[in-house]
Design a protein around this ligand. Structure first.
Ligand code: F6R
Length: 366
């Protein structure tokens, strides 16, 4: 079943172009989206939505954090994202009009399922599941559904499930933007075109594997790593850190780059590699000044830039360019580079990549 691959994780990383294409197949060549993508009741349920609450755990939670940037920017609708195990047990202020979105690969995660039941018990009936398993408990619990078509994910670390969740969430953001009267037709067609081109763009990132492998061998002997990002790449920094810690057991933390001075800079020295996501966007100049702070403290910097980013190699600063600059969907490409980085760091360390110690694929108990 593994074919030419060494591990399921590697196979699943490389399956992402197909997984994304399958997930996006339902939009076909359309120039325009209809809310029916999310179920027959969607046109009515999504109409007039003015606020969104996303509930999930782990990597799926990180997908939700990216979606918040998209939903607020494109649709002009407030969005909060909460860890399911926190939401289900805290006293919160319910908003019956809110759209509640559960994100889950397995559809069986106990806390995510319980958080949706909790929201419903509080009177919130507009529920949507974004899930990779049809007829799973979470899909059955929600009024609306969008099924990602990543195919079975066997490696414990979520990879193709995450990027297909992002594709689904981007479709949701565009749909909400449209419903909220915030989307010019040419912008809609542009977003759809960018989505359709994703499999090709992903393929080009996968082709960087040999270079990423060299980086991974350089810091696989380190005990700690810091991941930095800004804006919609901040959640990708969190995801990069989670991937590295769960499969290579290197302690890693993800931070929004602007927080560096507020604490984590104290940790930076020559033994603390800093991995930074630096696409050419409005935040690049700010990020570069954060990176200078790291370099000044002797930290070794690994910068994932893109085709257009004005970042240069220098002593202690390594730069790898992703082949395309991808605007709002750039997180989908950058996370793939980080998946490959942690995969290869784990290989060097010789850990069990597909079955990390202490972890289960589907967390069906609390
Ligand atoms: C990390 C990972 C986990 C899951 C989390 C939620 O690589 O796989 O953090 O994302 O356990 O699982 P689902 O998405 O099945 O609800």
């Amino acid at each position: 079943e593994l074919g030419d691959y060494q591990h399921y994780m590697q196979k699943e990383i490389f399956e992402q172009p197909q997984a994304l294409a399958a997930t996006l197949e339902m939009i076909g060549g359309a120039q325009t989206l209809t809310p029916n993508l999310f179920g027959v009741a969607a046109p009515e349920m999504l109409a007039g939505v003015r606020s969104v609450l996303i509930l999930a755990c782990g990597t799926s939670f990180h997908a939700g954090l990216v979606a918040r940037y998209w939903i607020e920017q494109l649709a002009g609708i407030g969005c909060s994202v909460e860890i399911a195990s926190e939401y289900r047990y805290r006293v919160s202020v319910p908003n019956p009009e809110q759209l509640v979105v559960a994100i889950s690969q397995s559809g069986e995660t106990a806390d995510t399922l319980a958080s949706i039941k909790h929201a419903k018990a509080l009177g919130m009936g507009r529920t949507l599941a974004i899930c990779n398993v049809p007829e799973s408990a979470i899909v059955r619990e929600c009024a609306l559904r969008f099924l990602t078509r990543a195919g079975p994910e066997i490696g414990v670390a979520s990879t193709k499930a995450f990027t297909t969740q992002l594709a689904a969430l981007f479709l949701l953001a565009v749909t909400l933007a449209k419903q909220n009267g915030r989307l010019a037709p040419e912008h809609e067609a542009g977003h759809l075109k960018a989505l359709r081109h994703l499999p090709v763009a992903v393929q080009k990132v996968l082709a960087l594997e040999p270079d990423i492998k060299v980086w991974a061998t350089r810091f696989a002997d380190k005990h700690h790593a810091l991941f930095l990002g800004r804006g919609h790449h901040y959640p990708i920094a969190l995801e990069g850190a989670l991937k590295l810690k769960e499969i290579s057991y290197i302690h890693a933390e993800g931070y929004p780059a602007g927080e560096l001075k507020h604490g984590p800079l104290a940790l930076v020295d020559k033994d603390m590699p800093v991995i930074s996501i630096a696409p050419n966007d409005a935040l690049l100049e700010k990020l570069k000044s954060n990176l200078k702070e790291v370099a000044a403290r002797g930290g070794e910097l690994y910068v994932f830039a893109d085709a257009d980013s004005a970042v240069d190699e220098e002593a202690g600063v390594h730069v790898l360019r992703l082949p395309e600059h991808y605007g709002l969907l750039s997180p989908v490409l950058h996370v793939i580079a980080l998946q490959l980085l942690s995969y290869h760091a784990a290989l060097v360390k010789g850990t069990d990549v597909d079955k990390p110690r202490n972890l289960a694929k589907s967390v069906t108990v609390e």
